[in-house]
Design a protein around this ligand. Structure first.
Ligand code: A2P
Length: 333
């Protein structure tokens, strides 16, 4: 691989910190510059055996210096303004925010599902929403084999998905303090609202899951509904995924199709007392998507229920972006 130059934008945030640890773990072959807001300018970060000084991101950051890749996780406003500036200089932005995801000119990529879309990029590649990524990794082989008609998502999402503020709301909420970021206390509670409400009374998170699933699987005919819930868990999202197919399936063959998908770990033996099913504590800090509770939905002619768990900051954000970057770097050769 050619040594390239990478900007990490939002390096002090939860996803940004995960970018740094995964880049180090995977020994990503590049030279790095770390950016955040003016609040963090000058902050020192010890990483990969070196001291890095965080720079403030500004209008000239990408004009002054040439980058091959920029990993963005600094909110939609920052991506809206700075991703096009970076792309204009020939840098490929891998953007973790929601801002560019539904733009028809911007590929929305999960490497286990639609890696072929990477080469269609015009300077910006969007990283999907965390709850969507872990679901589509599992849906892809099933859609290929049995053609999905309808999906019902019900999510149980960790506070880390809401950034450092939501994480602190749970940490401090356990000590009896009121929340500062989330709309209600999260300790001992479940909040059936993630992001703001849209005019249809679905939350933005629910709309993201519905629309992004269709875009990544390349099938606008899919019928999808979703309910997204914030739960008092620090790391890893859990999801109940109910799927109805056009075609008939044998359960053991369906289980095998999921087992053969890359980067999936299956805990699907209810008689296995150690790992009868995956839980957030199994997935936290891990790279794979965990699947279990696979059982036929007897209420329809051809349907199945799945339980899907993954670390929302790793596979749901930073790792997925870095997998895309690894494919780009290979293509640079
Ligand atoms: P900072 O730490 O300086 O505020 P999280 O989602 O965990 O809250 O992290 C958000 C990340 O985005 C942080 O690194 C934050 O930097 C960064 N950020 C927020 N606003 C901007 C901005 N306008 N320009 C660059 N980085 C930003």
């Amino acid at each position: 691989m050619k040594n390239c130059k990478v900007a990490v934008v939002g390096a002090t945030g939860l996803v940004g910190q995960s970018f740094l640890s995964i880049l180090e773990e995977r020994n990503f072959p590049a030279e790095f510059v770390l950016f955040a807001s003016a609040r963090s300018a000058g902050k020192k970060i010890n990483w990969r055996g070196e001291e890095y000084t965080v720079r403030e991101l500004n209008e000239s950051s990408f004009a002054d210096e040439k980058f091959d890749i920029a990993l963005f996780s600094a909110g939609a406003g920052t991506s809206q303004k700075f991703a096009p500036l970076a792309a204009k200089t020939g840098c490929v932005v891998i953007d973790n925010s929601s801002y560019w995801r539904m733009d028809p000119e911007v590929p929305l990529v999960v490497p286990e599902v639609n890696p072929q879309d990477i080469e269609k990029n015009k300077g910006i590649i969007a990283n999907p929403n965390c709850s969507t990524i872990q679901a589509v990794v599992v849906l892809k082989p099933l859609h290929d084999k049995y053609k999905i008609k309808r999906i019902v998502y019900s999510t149980y999402q960790a506070v880390s998905g809401g950034g450092r503020g939501a994480w602190l709301d749970l940490e401090n909420g356990l000590k009896g303090e009121p929340p500062k970021k989330l709309p209600f206390p999260i300790a001992s509670n479940c909040i059936p609202q993630i992001d703001v409400f849209t005019e249809t009374d679905y939350t933005k998170e629910e709309v993201k899951m519905i629309e992004e699933t269709k875009k990544i699987l390349g099938d606008e005919s899919l019928k999808i509904t979703a309910t997204c819930v914030r739960v008092p868990v620090f790391s890893a999202h859990s999801e109940s995924v109910n799927i109805e197919f056009y075609d008939h399936f044998e359960l053991d063959e369906l289980v095998d199709a999921i087992r053969q998908q890359q980067n999936v770990t299956m805990f699907n033996d209810t008689a296995d007392s150690a790992h009868p099913y995956p839980m957030a504590i199994d997935a936290a800090g891990k790279d794979n998507v965990f699947v279990g509770r696979i059982r036929r939905d007897f209420s329809v002619e051809s349907g199945v229920n799945l339980w899907v768990v993954a670390d929302n900051i790793r596979k749901g954000a930073a790792l997925n972006a870095i997998q895309i970057a690894e494919i780009l770097v290979k293509n640079f050769q």
